[in-house]
Design a protein around this ligand. Structure first.
Ligand code: MG
Length: 164
């Protein structure tokens, strides 16, 4: 069993759509960023890479690379999952906390769980997404942006029962 942690933050940008966990959320300001700025997908990607000791999202998808401009972060997560699978690892579960004063996360949790699970190669039941506010404190409390913390656990596929 291997465990990794991921963290990401993005500043609000009213001129862009808000995408979190692969779900476009209509009732919130968007996020600034080189890709689609999906802070949930980015934190989960770093948690998966961390568990595999395979570096971080910036190493695999540099924001200096024009190919990553406006990129679909769920696709980047899927690519990282294929990478850890090539290392003989699979995702067991993921837990995510989204910290922001707005928008409300709860109405979008099931959609995010489904999109993340599809990219992670797991069931939705192995993916947890929770929303919290920062009680008005600090930059999050001033409504400047979103922070996300994610934890992922991986297991070796060599321990899986042989189904062939
Ligand atoms: Mg990011």
């Amino acid at each position: 069993m291997r465990v990794g942690i991921g963290y990401d933050s993005h500043r609000f940008d009213d001129g862009r759509p808000l995408v979190l966990g692969g779900v476009t959320i209509p009732d919130g300001p968007g996020l600034a960023g080189h890709s689609d700025a999906d802070a949930v997908a980015h934190a989960v990607t770093d948690a998966v890479l961390g568990a595999g000791a395979l570096g971080d999202i910036g190493r695999h998808f540099p924001d200096t690379d024009p190919a990553n401009e406006g990129a679909d972060s769920i696709e980047m997560l899927g690519a990282v999952v294929r990478r850890i699978q090539a290392e003989g690892l699979r995702v067991v579960n993921v837990d995510v906390s989204v910290i922001a004063e707005r928008p409300r996360i709860a109405p979008h949790v099931e959609g995010m769980r489904a999109r993340l699970a599809a990219a992670l190669g797991t069931e939705s039941s192995a993916v947890s997404v929770k929303g919290k506010t920062n009680e008005g404190m600090g930059w999050i409390g001033r409504d400047e942006g979103v922070a996300v913390i994610a934890v992922a656990s991986l297991a070796s596929t060599r321990d899986d029962p042989d189904t062939s």
